[in-house]
Design a protein around this ligand. Structure first.
Ligand code: PLP
Length: 418
């Protein structure tokens, strides 16, 4: 079952017509499919079912409280990268016992609060952070479980902004140094070396970089075992790609055939940190054509969603399919458009030179595959209020985030007389 399908001319999210959602909540609006979230989660979990596993959803991908609660209720843990994300998980579920905490710049108060709340493990990214974690744990007289994030120096063949496991990236620790640090940690009283971690990039569409990285990691894992460092889990990160346009993502078969045997050999519990592969195709952004404007070289469709609502095209030159979902789109012929937002930046676009059915003022467009790094990257730039989020389950529509208002926009600001 697909989350977003056409019935005749009309796009549906599950059993609800998207133009009805646009009418009820206004545009722009993010729309998510409940079934798609839970299905993508379960399918990934199933591919790894022959090894002991824990799937930790990457909170930064799409972090609405209702979504976190839903993931928790189907057995998911969470990959968090800030204390704000930890507080989100706590607010949504009251349970942070399956959280792993990554990020290169965790501050002392963040480490301390996460220890106090009792997260599962820290993903440590430097020697100084390891020392800081030991210090925080000592103050609380608690043991801190950690994994070192290893930079396995593989090329995930993805956009340079979303590759994270090459030597020139800021993430993780070199293999050689990692071994020394693990040994050193055995003498640090308040630390427990419980895992090993990698996360090599995002939107990865072949299994090869994972295989290459896991092989490198396996060598380190066996060295650690021989040195009596008692690690129990191997966190292979996230990064699984999805179809935005015509990509061929990694299939369950590839995972089972190529990756699982290597993972089994480690004898460790496997953690996963998927984000995009769960959320990406579970959400869309609906936007309305405000004006059409033509000049001698181009047609512009000026829409009410801008780069502050969906940053990926501007930031990564990312491709999102765009569908015109106002009735009868098929019969009008087509034109090429730059689909641009209202923000005062030339880089504010959703698509360039895109062939679309001839558009009119007032048409509703659906920007597809917008569930991951969509709302969560949105901002108030140009003093625009952030848009509402709606969850569809069957024929039910739930508003899971209200549209911001002007008071939200200026909250905390003061008018000082100088
Ligand atoms: C962002 C992130 C993820 C999720 O990546 P996806 O490509 O969305 O699956 C997982 N782990 C870490 C440490 C991350 O920073």
């Amino acid at each position: 079952m697909q989350a977003f399908t056409f019935k005749g001319d009309s796009l549906y999210c599950e059993d609800v017509k998207c133009t009805d959602i646009a009418e009820k909540y206004g545009t722009p609006v993010y729309v998510y499919s409940h079934g798609s979230f839970t299905r993508s989660f379960s399918e990934l979990q199933k591919s790894f079912s022959s090894v002991p596993n824990l799937v930790c959803y990457s909170v930064k991908t799409c972090s609405n409280l209702s979504i976190l609660k839903m993931i928790h209720d189907i057995g998911g843990g969470f990959d968090i990268v800030s204390i704000g994300e930890l507080r989100r998980v706590f607010a949504a579920t009251g349970d942070v016992s399956k959280c792993v905490f990554a990020g290169v710049g965790k501050r002392e108060y963040e480490l301390t609060e996460a220890l106090e709340k009792g997260i599962y493990s820290f993903t440590v990214e430097s020697e100084q952070e390891l020392e800081m974690l030991n210090k925080c744990a000592k103050k609380l007289d608690k043991k801190a479980s950690f994994a070192l994030r290893i930079n396995p120096d593989v090329d995930p063949k993805t956009h340079k902004y979303i590759s994270t496991g090459k030597k020139e990236n800021k993430f993780g620790i070199d293999m050689k140094l990692a071994f020394e640090l693990y040994k050193k940690s055995c003498d640090m009283e308040f630390l427990l070396a419980e895992g090993i971690h990698m996360h090599i990039g995002s939107q990865i569409t072949t299994i090869d970089p994972y295989v290459e990285a896991v092989k490198k990691m396996s060598k380190l894992i066996s060295d650690l075992k021989n040195a009596n460092v008692p690690i129990e889990y191997f966190d292979i990160g996230g990064g699984f790609g999805i179809i935005y346009n015509d990509e061929k993502p990694i299939g369950s078969d590839d995972i089972i055939k190529e990756l699982i045997p290597l993972l089994k050999d480690t004898g460790l519990k496997i953690l996963l940190e998927p984000g995009r592969s769960i959320a990406g195709n579970s959400g869309i952004l609906l936007t309305k054509v405000v004006y059409i404007k033509n000049n001698s070289v181009k047609n512009f469709a000026i829409v009410d969603a801008g780069m502050n609502d969906l940053l990926r095209p501007s930031l990564y030159e990312a491709y999102h399919k765009i569908l015109s979902i106002t009735g009868g789109a098929g019969q009008k012929g087509s034109e090429n458009y730059d689909v641009v937002g209202p923000i005062c930046e030339s880089g504010d676009y959703l698509a360039l030179d895109r062939s679309l059915p001839v558009l009119q003022q007032g048409d509703i467009l659906s920007v597809m595959s917008a569930g991951a790094y969509g709302f969560s990257m949105s901002s108030n730039y140009n003093s625009r209020t952030r848009v509402p989020e709606v969850m569809i389950k069957g024929n039910q529509t739930y508003l899971i985030r209200e549209k911001e208002n002007f008071d939200d926009l200026i909250k905390g600001e003061k008018i000082v007389k100088f």
